[in-house]
Design a protein around this ligand. Structure first.
Ligand code: GUN
Length: 293
């Protein structure tokens, strides 16, 4: 039986409607949530992400400002921008688009952002809070994955979730979120990665598989059990001469084969992607509410 497609576009639109109302309420109290973005260099994927973040802000009525710095900008210039945004109440949230050029320390830059304005949830203080189960901004992509599951009727509570990939941006925080004793979580979580000797041994035992290892179409139908729920976090550009751009986007899931065996599946594009930006908007609105500015 073919899997039901979980539309990230649809779920994202639903959450954005909720946020729009919240923003209107905040504005009536004199609070206008705002997002400050810092982009260093011209990486096309980063430019495209930053553009969709700005559009998302506009759509729900948030103030947004993107500061663009040249590829060779010194680290100090990035820190200066963060310092300015940390101290200006019009920015409820601050985001530095990653990756950064090699001469800039990601750790230093991320740690410089005020934890209260860290809408990516990447600051070490917020990562610590997440592990401890304390209130904190949740990293956007894993939070989006959780929302897709819950809002498609696939609450992870009591389920075995296998997360493929252990990145600081997706795999690790997703495992931390889903294992919490909390609503929409409470799952048994296994994390598999390149150190695993037999990845299919684990993925075949999963009720829910989240593919976030960054390998195009690597999760195939033989690796899952019949009826599993499959979430694809991968965004890979592969050459395609039939496209004007010369490439097409594929996920980390071999969609055609897996869709035949899974009960639910997220597409690429149109799955997790729109959710990441939406959860960033969510964190910005939440930050504004907490800061009260
Ligand atoms: N680059 C890729 N994903 C992300 C993200 O979620 N946040 C930031 N700041 N940069 C990214």
């Amino acid at each position: 039986m073919a899997a039901e497609v979980i539309s990230g576009k649809q779920v994202a639109a639903e959450i954005r409607e909720e946020l729009k109302k919240k923003v209107e309420e905040l504005k009536q109290k004199g609070i206008t949530p705002g997002l400050g973005v810092v982009l260093v260099g011209e990486d096309p994927a980063s430019v495209s992400y930053v553009t969709s973040k700005a559009k998302g802000c506009e759509e729900i009525g948030l103030f947004e400002e993107t500061v663009r710095l040249p590829e060779d900008a010194p680290e100090e210039d990035v820190l200066k921008e963060i310092d300015r945004m940390n101290n200006d109440p019009k920015y409820s949230g601050i985001l530095v688009q990653l990756p950064l050029p090699d001469h800039i320390s990601v750790e230093k830059v991320i740690s410089y952002i005020s934890p209260a304005k860290d809408v990516d949830g990447f600051h070490p203080v917020n990562q610590g809070r997440l592990l401890r189960g304390e209130p904190c901004p949740l990293p956007c992509t894993p939070h989006g994955v959780q929302q897709l599951l819950v809002r498609s009727g696939n609450d992870p509570s009591g389920k075995h979730v296998v997360v493929m990939g252990r990145s600081n941006i997706v795999g690790k925080p997703l495992a931390a979120i889903l294992m919490q004793k909390a609503k929409g979580a409470n799952a048994v979580v296994t994390v598999v990665h390149t150190g695993a000797k037999d990845i299919p041994y684990f993925t075949k035992q999963a009720d829910i598989v989240v593919a976030a290892m960054g390998k195009p179409q690597a999760l195939t139908a033989d690796m899952i059990t019949e009826g599993a729920v499959v979430v694809d976090v991968g965004v890979n550009r592969i050459p395609d001469s039939s496209k004007k751009s010369g490439f097409r986007l594929v996920g980390d899931v071999d969609y055609d084969s897996v869709a035949e065996k899974a009960s639910f599946i997220t597409p690429v594009p149109g799955g997790v992607g729109p959710m990441t930006v939406t959860m960033l908007l969510y964190n910005t609105v939440e930050a504004a509410e907490s800061l009260g500015t």
